[in-house]
Design a protein around this ligand. Structure first.
Ligand code: GLN
Length: 304
């Protein structure tokens, strides 16, 4: 495994076409695109890393997997009254579908869906309380109490988040946001601004590898049925309108973020985190996808 990861890092470091960093969030626009990291965490506790795998980056939309998990734990199937379970086929920040579908986002991983999920789990709490809950859940599943929120990224999103504000207000007009819109958005931006390294992220994904239990720590996080369903949502919706392409090239449940990270789950085999800040046109990590493609070719881990 270490040889495979070393080969991947070598190939990625030699790449000249690294995509574009997300520039609509000023704090992310300043990130050096010449970075690449990868970690493979196995259920038996072994961890293999190469490249910048210990450097924290903004996990952005990957956080939506964790908030969905939390929401399912708190309100169960009532989640599906707020958001659907279908791929959107539209960009992550699109507003068009929302009008046709009366303010109910297609799935929990597009921005509108994730904002609705934050609203669902706020349950009358202050945004700070909710954030503390999300952060402590992420620390628990990653088994790492040093994970924190990058306040500068959160402020940068807040200052420029006109699109997300529009999505949230639009949903509120249909009655699908119950709390104060600014409070919901504040919590959403902070959730997206959690900073994690590939090593921390791969650890956090381990519960999805082994039917809801992190076998390396022995903690059960969700039931096996729930883990299976979260994986299916990641496969169908985790890369927005690039989900079909990711399934075709990589063939694993995965979730991307505009910080350039991807969490991919090889069921019963491994939790994989990659990071390279340059994105393709859809907003998914360009080299991160290539690296996962190389990894599944070498390991045969595709679910297909
Ligand atoms: N925080 C980002 C946003 O709201 C998340 C988008 C993403 O990672 N795709 O736009």
């Amino acid at each position: 495994m270490q040889d495979i990861l070393n080969d991947i890092v070598k190939a990625m470091n030699a790449s000249t076409d690294r995509g574009q960093v997300a520039d609509y969030i000023p704090q992310l626009a300043a990130i050096d695109p010449n970075q690449f990291g990868i970690t493979v965490a196995l259920p038996d506790g072994q961890v293999f890393s190469a490249g910048c795998a210990q450097k924290p980056f903004s996990i952005q939309s990957i956080s939506k997997v964790f908030s969905l998990t939390l929401a399912l734990g708190k309100i169960g199937d009532a989640v599906w009254a707020k958001v659907g379970r279908e791929p959107s086929g539209d960009p992550f920040n699109s507003i068009v579908q929302l009008e046709h579908e009366h303010g109910k986002p297609r799935n929990p991983f597009i921005n509108a869906g994730a904002i609705a999920i934050v609203d669902a789990i706020m349950m009358g709490h202050e945004p700070k309380e909710l954030l503390a809950e999300i952060l402590s859940f992420v620390r628990y599943i990653a088994n790492d109490n040093s994970i924190s929120i990058d306040e500068k990224v959160a402020q940068s999103e807040l200052a420029t988040g006109h699109r997300n504000s529009s999505l949230a207000h639009f949903m509120a007009s249909f009655g699908n946001i119950e709390h104060d819109v600014d409070c919901v958005l504040g919590a959403y931006y902070h959730q997206c601004s959690i900073a994690m390294s590939c090593e921390q992220l791969a650890q956090a994904g381990l519960f999805l590898v082994s039917e809801g239990t992190n076998k390396s720590t022995g903690s059960r996080v969700v039931s096996s049925a729930r883990a299976r369903r979260i994986n299916s949502l990641m496969l169908m919706c985790g890369h927005y309108d690039g989900s079909g392409e990711f399934a075709y090239r990589v063939g694993l449940p995965g979730k991307s973020g505009v910080g350039g990270g991807i969490l991919a789950i090889a069921p019963n085999k491994a939790s994989i985190a990659v990071w390279s800040p340059g994105l393709d046109k859809i907003g998914n990590s360009k080299l991160g996808t290539q690296a996962l493609e190389m990894l599944v070719e070498r390991t045969g881990w595709s679910i297909f």
